[in-house]
Design a protein around this ligand. Structure first.
Ligand code: HEM
Length: 217
């Protein structure tokens, strides 16, 4: 009985967290699109454009803050979800789907946060990005090419901002939404399967009880 309620709590918690994850992804995507109306992915202009959004645009600061909050909350929630799913592991296909999509989603969230480092073109972002680029460059064989792809030629300039903005706003954000949908679907499927199994087990127990009482009478 204790085991059953423990499993039930973990299963429900995973489903609730997956609903939170999909809501946070949609919230980040919608506010991201709203930011893009005024954001300029240009070195030297990006900082001013975000500042302009915060100070001059109606509800700009609110939209910017929701985007930052939802984006970071998505990463935290996706990481908590991995722990919850690990504790309540169930080796069935629906669980595997949710498990794999959950891990990929957490990685995508981290990728979104990483690609945003340079988007505000602040001193902190610029130098942090330069340091992390040198780490990437140190990766054997692919390091140099990876640096060139990310920066768009090697130097950190407007092309770099444009590249990371494209990766952030088109590739990773669409990936995050797709993964969040797959993740929720996997967990709902698991709930359905487990509910079906519980009903079958209850019917079998009732059948056994009936045949037992028939044997006795
Ligand atoms: C699932 C969708 C998305 C997620 C999870 C996400 C997440 C994030 C995160 C974590 C940050 C860094 C926040 C920080 O400073 O701590 C960020 C910044 C940013 N994102 Fe997104 N994002 C998403 C979609 C988009 C889209 C669709 C756009 C534009 C079309 C966009 C534009 C931006 C911009 C301009 C910034 C820089 C703002 C700043 O540095 O404060 N994002 N995003």
């Amino acid at each position: 009985m204790k085991n059953l309620s423990y499993e039930f709590v973990l299963r429900r918690l995973a489903t609730i967290l997956s609903v939170a994850i999909i809501s946070l992804s949609v919230m980040a995507a919608v506010t991201g699109v709203l930011l893009s109306f005024y954001y300029e992915p240009v070195a030297g202009r990006a900082y001013q454009s975000l500042n302009w959004i915060d100070t001059e645009i109606i509800n700009g600061l609110l939209i910017h803050s929701i985007h930052d909050l939802a984006g970071n909350a998505l990463i935290v929630t996706a990481l908590i979800q991995i722990v919850v799913m690990f504790l309540g592991r169930e080796f069935r296909l629906s669980w595997l789907t949710a498990w794999v999509s959950g891990i990929l989603l957490a990685l995508t969230g981290i990728g979104l946060s990483w690609t945003a480092i340079i988007l505000d073109w602040s001193q902190v972002g610029y130098w942090r990005f330069r340091i992390e680029l040198s780490t990437i460059e140190a990766i054997p064989v692919i390091g140099g090419s990876l640096r060139n792809i990310l920066t768009g030629g090697g130097a950190v300039n407007t092309t770099t901002v444009a590249h990371l903005y494209t990766i952030h706003s088109y590739l990773l954000s669409v990936g995050a939404i797709a993964l969040a949908i797959i993740h929720l679907w996997g967990l709902l499927q698991q709930e359905k399967e487990m509910k079906g199994n519980a009903i079958k087990a209850a019917a079998k127990a009732e059948q056994l009880q009936q045949s037992f009482s028939q044997t006795l009478s």
